[in-house]
Design a protein around this ligand. Structure first.
Ligand code: SF4
Length: 289
């Protein structure tokens, strides 16, 4: 397979075929994100992508999921994306789920009919980085969309029958707006009602503006207790009709996995127990991105 630069994928795609169709991120301006800094966004040429699909057809017969990397595969023009998904369907018929990252810009560029067409060709899951539902925070981190746009685009994906997994970031609003961020994120998640929510805890990386703001004392990252309080407030404010809220990423201090709405109260009780010192938190040295 042809891989260029660092490859990133959601934790739930650990066993998927990783088909790199773009390099970098089409936005690449979020102040906390160092994933694609220094990488230029490109859509890979069709011949390379098709050769990788042929390779996967010969060598990846045991993997039944496929993830389209990198940053934002949904931004590929419809005709080319249809050709890629059609080739996957034809040459890898054992694939049960194709997924990709999606951001508000790329979702906006697709019509409802185009998204429906992609779903029919096998794209059944999209990962969207919300990070926060707080408009002040979204602006500060240069996310490129406000909460109303996030809600609109998240609902658009769901209306096309594509499942949605949303990532939120504990700690992203710094100490000052920690609780507002938690409440507002719960509001936006409830309005979108995704199938999956993944909460990560922010870990600052040195090649990002957010890291420099922290070391220069402009915005301070909340500590473990405050992040846990944030998680509790966020979960309490999140009302899903049926969804999985998990915070079991390696960056989190307390792993949780709650099926909503039924497991919400017991999970909140566990968070409260941890806040009261009755459940051990993950030590700092064991956290990872
Ligand atoms: S967080 Fe996502 S959208 Fe923002 S720069 Fe990183 S990859 Fe791109």
């Amino acid at each position: 397979m042809d891989y260029q630069g660092n490859i990133f994928r959601p934790p739930s795609e650990a066993y998927s075929i990783l088909l790199q169709v773009t390099t970098g991120c089409s936005h690449n301006k979020c102040t906390f994100c160092g994933m694609y800094k220094g990488s230029r966004f490109t859509i890979k040429d069709d011949a390379t992508i098709m050769a990788d699909i042929d390779f996967a057809a010969r060598h990846c017969r045991r993997q039944n999921r496929l993830f389209l990397c990198d940053g934002d595969a949904l931004i590929i023009p419809q005709k080319r994306l249809v050709a890629i998904l059609s080739a996957i369907k034809e040459k890898l018929p054992w694939i049960e789920r194709v997924s990709s990252y999606a951001n508000t810009k790329s979702i906006k560029m697709k019509s409802a009919e185009q998204l429906e067409e992609l779903r029919q060709l096998g794209l059944t899951l999209a990962y969207m980085g919300l990070e926060s539902g707080d408009d002040v925070t979204l602006k500060t981190i240069n996310k490129g969309a406000d909460s109303a746009q996030m809600i609109e685009m998240g609902r658009k994906i769901k209306a096309a029958g594509i499942k949605l997994s949303i990532t939120v970031l504990l700690g992203i609003a710094a100490k000052e707006r920690s609780q507002i961020h938690a409440t507002e994120t719960g509001r936006v998640l409830s309005a979108i009602d995704p199938e999956f929510v993944g909460a990560l805890s922010l870990m600052l990386t040195p090649n990002t503006p957010a890291y420099h703001e922290h070391v220069e004392g402009k915005r301070y990252l909340p500590g473990p207790q405050e992040m846990l309080e944030e998680l509790g407030t966020m979960l309490a404010a999140t009302h899903l009709s049926q969804g999985l809220f998990h915070a079991n990423h390696a960056s989190n201090y307390l792993p949780i996995k709650a099926r909503l709405p039924e497991e919400k109260e017991q999970t909140l009780a566990m968070i409260n127990a941890a806040l009261g010192g009755k459940v051990n938190l993950k030590p700092e040295y064991m956290r990872a991105l």
